[in-house]
Design a protein around this ligand. Structure first.
Ligand SMILES: Nc1ncnc2c1ncn2[C@@H]1O[C@H](COP(=O)(O)OP(=O)(O)OP(=O)(O)O)[C@@H](O)[C@H]1O
Length: 255
């Protein structure tokens, strides 16, 4: 399934948050969204997920969903959003129970997503027994359990330390290489964007408009830290972001 934003604009009260955003999310690609704080990245993700509707413009879904898809659009949040009283398997079974899937069918799905996220040995652990990185793996496993058409990830690694972030980026790349998924990935972190994004959308300061879309052709599995081509992309992104942040600062100075 593909998602398309067509001329999306939105204001909360007097504050225009997004202005004239037109963007395609192609099937099988990870599209990263970066931009200064408050430029409307999370708002855009809520529009894509259908949690809110924009004032003007539209969000279109086209093409079939994957076989066995229970939820076409699924979120992964920064704070994991796990139920503390349910163990790992129980947190995943919750989304299946919502669809009336129990028993052997649920067990098979849970075993599969736990194996894919390297959590099989932890199926009976409670969230409080897990590190931050493992909690986020559970959240990713839970998202995969519904076999979504598009995963919407809102700063999924930003609560984690640098080493754990690296490990989880490797995991996401491995997951994508085994079964390419479609994702929109909001992040502040430009090294995450160049590591995971097939396309990186740079938003301007608020009201967020598309400043530039950077396409990176290097296959995800071949992207290495220190790769000069990736570093050049990252430097370009930082140049754009820095201009926006400086302009936002100057605006504040004139208030
Ligand atoms: N429900 C809401 N009601 C009113 N204002 C809102 C609402 N949601 C977001 N905003 C405002 O819209 C603007 C954009 O918010 P949003 O969270 O989408 O930005 P963001 O780019 O994700 O920010 P950050 O990078 O800081 O997470 C902010 O000024 C925010 O305060």
């Amino acid at each position: 399934m593909e998602l398309t934003l067509e001329a999306v604009s939105h204001a909360y009260g007097d504050v225009t948050v997004l202005s004239d955003i037109t963007l395609g999310i192609p099937e099988g690609q990870i599209v990263c969204i970066v931009g200064p704080s408050g430029c409307g990245k999370s708002t855009l993700l809520r529009f894509l997920g259908g949690l809110e509707r924009p004032d003007t413009g539209q969000v279109l879904q086209s093409g079939p969903v994957p076989e066995g898809c229970l939820n076409p659009l699924t979120y992964v949040f920064q704070d994991f959003a796990l139920l503390p009283w349910r163990d790992v398997a129980g947190n995943i079974s919750l989304v299946l129970e919502d669809h009336g899937i129990r028993g052997a069918r649920a067990e098979a799905i849970i075993a599969d997503v736990l194996a894919r996220t390297k959590l099989s040995d932890f199926h009976k652990a409670l969230p409080k027994q897990l590190s931050g990185g493992m909690k986020q793996r559970v959240a990713i496993a839970r998202a995969l359990a519904v076999n979504p058409a598009v995963m919407l990830l809102d700063e999924p690694l930003s609560a984690l330390d640098a080493q754990t972030r690296e490990l989880l980026m490797d995991d996401l790349v491995t997951l994508w290489e085994r079964a390419p998924f479609t994702a929109v990935y909001v992040t502040h972190n430009l090294s995450e964007a160049v590591r995971l994004g097939h396309r990186i959308v740079v938003l301007s300061r608020r009201p967020g408009t598309i400043r530039e879309v950077v396409t990176i052709d290097t296959p995800l599995g071949e992207r290495r830290a220190g790769d000069p081509a990736l570093e050049a992309h990252q430097a370009r992104l930082w140049h754009l972001m820095r201009q926006e942040a400086e302009a936002a600062d100057k605006e504040l100075g004139h208030v």
